[in-house]
Unconditional design. Structure first.
Length: 249
């Protein structure tokens, strides 16, 4: 279960949220892994408050470059200095607002791996693309670009998140069966890269709430969740984590 705080949080509120999440997560079974991806300025705070807890922390994006004259960007190696485990790459908000191409996202995943981070590669289709029947083509292209630049061993170490763009922050959730169909398609693509790659966790993201979490995570190929809005409230985020524990497969 990975929380994506997006551009939310302030020092004081974060301290409460991180402490509550760490305390709640300690009561979960070991098989449920929990992480939070926070805004860059709060990586040090996350490291200070989460070190020694069961909760890992991550960054929401990394540069496609290893370093150099790229004002405002953050290199994966810099995030690694703060004990970061996860790096979200290719979130739909970055693909849409920053025009990140599948190739750019692939470079970001590579930089994350080189720095010892686990990239969480987000893929997803817009409503227009779904209605045009091009969901598999769109997310297939997005995932293929990443798999193309990675070795089988590297690919086996990534995490994939299916996030239908029309379900992010909208309150609209994909029906569990609808999400399962896409997850099965993604699993098939991962398997084509190698047997070990088929075990990559495939998370679902898009308006996951305590009320719908159990049914979504009960699907065969849904291994966890990338949680936006609901990860900002410890009560909701932990309730979602507990739902995952109930249906863990
Ligand atoms: C996200 O931003 O990754 C996300 C899934 O957001 P939300 O849960 O708010 O839809």
């Amino acid at each position: 279960m990975v929380g994506n705080w997006k551009m939310h949080g302030r020092m004081g509120d974060n301290a409460t949220l991180l402490t509550e999440v760490a305390a709640g997560a300690s009561a979960l079974q070991k098989g449920v892994r929990v992480g939070v991806c926070v805004p860059c300025p709060y990586l040090a705070q996350s490291q200070a408050l989460l070190s020694g807890s069961v909760v890992q922390w991550g960054i929401q994006d990394v540069s496609a470059h290893a370093g150099g004259a790229f004002t405002g960007e953050v290199a994966a190696e810099m995030a690694a200095d703060f004990g970061v485990t996860y790096a979200i790459v290719g979130h739909s908000e970055r693909r849409a607002y920053h025009r990140e191409s599948p190739e750019t996202v692939a470079s970001k995943a590579q930089r994350a791996i080189e720095a010892g981070l686990t990239p969480i590669v987000c893929v997803g289709e817009s409503l227009e693309e779904r209605e045009a029947g091009t969901t598999e083509q769109i997310i297939g292209t997005q995932l293929d670009a990443v798999l193309l630049v990675l070795t089988e061993e590297q690919a086996a170490g990534i995490v994939v998140a299916y996030e239908p763009v029309w379900a992010i922050g909208t309150g609209k959730t994909a029906r569990p069966g609808q999400a399962q169909d896409v997850h099965a398609f993604l699993r098939h693509k991962l398997l084509a890269k190698g047997a070990s790659v088929a075990n990559v966790p495939v998370l679902y993201g898009g308006s996951v709430k305590p009320e719908n979490a159990e049914e979504l995570f009960g699907q065969k190929d849904i291994d966890g969740g990338l949680i936006g809005g609901a990860s900002l409230k410890s009560k909701d985020f932990l309730a979602i984590c507990r739902a995952a524990q109930i249906v863990m497969h």
